[in-house]
Design a protein around this ligand. Structure first.
Ligand code: ADP
Ligand code: MG
Length: 414
């Protein structure tokens, strides 16, 4: 598809250039006052047309900044030569005003600014020459100030055109890159899900047999130790696979409930306390008021577990992780604060990228799942971290405080 467009663009480019070259040749031979002279001026005109034509036709083969710069300079020299060779042709002044437009065609910002400055300096010298030395150019001399103002005006307009079109093009390129990245992620996600699904079944069978052998009394304890090690490894493989599947195939029809944030936080911290004991970290939970959000409880728990687990894993032995939940305007704001090793700005930027992990046994899927869940329920996750000092993860979900979930599966307005 891309090649198709490039071919079309190349075709348009060559046709346009051939038309331009034809116009330049027409200017050279039709009604040219210097044609009969065959003097140095006419020869210079011919040479410049040849050089410029060759450069323009060769450009698609050498798309480099140096080559663009060469075209720019040759074109400037060509237009200024026309201006000086044919002092009676007032319209060549228009070309001098238009010179920076050439770099807009190339979409090269640096070249544009370079040509804008070069052109302004050249026009200053040209006008000085006209006023101080030259006998001709009455159309400029008669209203010098007016011509200078017109020139400045034309450069401002060109700058404005460049600024708008360049900004739009950059945005489009960025958008195109994002679409490409999303498409790539989608395809790799589907592929990973398909592979994960196929791997899960044989894994379950192998694990089942190992568990069976582990209970076999005829097997020696030494070998049994190997079995439990193998089961442990299979468990982590299963965990990775289930995480992968939940990213690639997010369950669309998860039931929305009104979730009591305080209760969920309490149960999650209870669950993670046992994990924390292994790491010797304390969880310091501080929720003052009852807050409610609309989400699926299991998914919300998964989000909290991932983030709190990360905080505990980043913390030093003995340090505690602080969790707070408050109402902020129409949002429930949960903060998970740790005083662990923290992250650099680049590391924070990479959070949520699939398989990005700095842990030897990390899956690098935890934060991606969290971002997906938050996005699904119109929530946000904001990470602030400083290397060596700690991390604060702020989770915001739209509050659902005016409705309370009753046991009869219906909402009661407060
Ligand atoms: P995993 O925990 O499997 O490595 P995650 O997506 O949960 O994957 O996290 C990705 C990486 O981000 C982690 O490996 C870790 O380096 C970094 N990270 C996440 N949370 C924190 C935190 N609270 N403090 C420091 N680093 C963190
Ligand atoms: Mg994690």
């Amino acid at each position: 598809m891309k090649e198709f467009y490039t071919n079309i663009n190349k075709k348009v480019y060559y046709i346009t250039m051939l038309v331009l070259i034809a116009i330049m040749i027409m200017g050279l031979f039709i009604g040219n006052p210097r044609m009969g002279e065959h003097g140095a001026g006419f020869i210079l005109h011919v040479v410049l047309i040849v050089i410029l034509s060759v450069c323009l036709l060769l450009y698609p083969r050498y798309v480099t900044r140096v080559f663009r710069m060469i075209i720019m300079i040759v074109a400037s020299v060509y237009f200024y030569t026309l201006f000086f060779l044919y002092p009676d042709t007032g319209s060549t002044f228009i070309f001098l005003c238009f010179i920076p437009i050439i770099s807009i065609l190339f979409f090269d910002a640096k070249l544009f600014y370079f040509s804008l400055v070069l052109n302004s300096v050249s026009i200053m010298f040209t006008f000085s020459y006209i006023v101080l030395v030259s006998q001709g150019y009455y159309f400029i001399k008669q209203d010098l100030i007016g011509n200078v103002i017109n020139f400045i005006g034309s450069q401002v307009i060109i700058y404005f055109v460049f600024y708008l079109s360049y900004g739009r093009l950059k945005k489009q390129l960025l958008y195109y890159e994002q679409i490409k990245q999303t498409e790539r992620l989608k395809i790799s996600g589907q592929l990973a899900a398909a592979v994960a699904h196929e791997i899960r079944n044989p894994l379950t069978v192998v694990k089942g047999f190992l568990e069976l052998y582990e209970k076999d009394t005829s097997v020696s304890d030494d070998i049994k130790r190997h079995y439990s090690l193998m089961i442990g490894e299979l468990n982590s493989a299963e965990y990775v696979i289930s995480q992968l599947l939940s990213v690639a195939k997010p369950n669309k029809d998860q039931e929305m409930e009104t979730v009591n944030v305080k209760n969920v936080l309490q149960s999650v911290t209870d669950l993670l306390h046992s994990y924390g004991l292994l790491h010797d970290n304390n969880i310091d939970l501080n929720v003052t008021e009852e807050c409610f959000i609309a989400a699926n409880t299991i998914e919300f728990k998964q989000l909290l577990i991932n983030i709190i687990k990360n905080a505990m894993e980043a913390s030093e032995i003995g340090d505690s992780v602080k969790i707070t939940a408050d109402m902020k305007n129409d949002f429930v704001e949960i903060k998970v604060i740790d005083y662990g090793h923290g992250m650099s700005e680049a590391e924070v930027g990479s959070l949520g990228t699939p398989f990005y992990s700095l842990k030897s046994k990390g899956t690098g899927l935890g934060m991606m799942i969290c971002y997906n869940i938050a996005e699904k329920y119109k929530g946000t996750i904001d990470v602030q971290s400083s290397k060596g000092k700690g991390t604060t993860v702020t989770i915001r979900f739209p509050s659902k405080n005016n409705t309370i979930w009753s046991k009869g599966n219906s909402y009661i307005k407060k």
